[in-house]
Design a protein around this ligand. Structure first.
Ligand SMILES: [Zn+2]
Length: 160
């Protein structure tokens, strides 16, 4: 359910920001909605929390570029939603495991640390957020991750 909502000014324009929570989600989801997403073919991005990549300037992942790209494309297209999963830091393993994953057994940094983690993310919650927002069932999704598409199809979305 939506617990809080506001208009949210970004450098990409004005979005509607909503916070979605259920008692079995530890932190829930933020959704940033731009334009009329109930009709047409909105652009959808399911984004996982990545404090290091989006706030702390890490160069070990692509999260910030992907997020910026999503905002840019949604703005250009005129309609879309970024669903930001607040509980998926470190591929769903949490910050502690993420930091541990950046070191090998001798305490040296891995070259490609973020791939060490098992991906524990599940996307049904994000699909539910889109349903709560009454987003059109015909969507375009910005992802290379087939699991995201699968979860959205299961929730009744047609990916174009
Ligand atoms: Zn990242």
């Amino acid at each position: 359910m939506i617990t809080n909502a506001c208009h949210f000014k970004t450098k990409f324009g004005m979005f509607d920001l909503t916070l979605h929570k259920r008692f079995w989600w530890s932190k829930g989801y933020l959704a940033l909605t731009y334009g009329d997403t109930a009709s047409g073919i909105p652009i959808i991005r399911l984004q996982s929390t990545c404090l290091f990549g989006t706030a702390l300037h890490s160069i070990e992942c692509d999260c910030k570029r992907q997020l910026n790209d999503a905002f840019r494309q949604i703005k250009k297209h005129g309609r879309g939603v970024v669903v930001y999963a607040l509980e998926e830091e470190g591929k769903g393993n949490g910050l502690e495991d993420k930091i541990d994953s950046m070191l090998d057994k001798c305490g040296h940094p891995y070259l490609d640390s973020l791939y060490v983690l098992v991906d524990k993310r599940r996307y049904s919650g994000a699909a539910r957020v889109l349903t709560e927002l009454s987003v059109s069932k015909r969507i375009h999704v910005l992802t290379q991750n087939e699991e995201k598409c699968e979860a959205l199809r299961k929730a009744g979305f047609v990916i174009l």
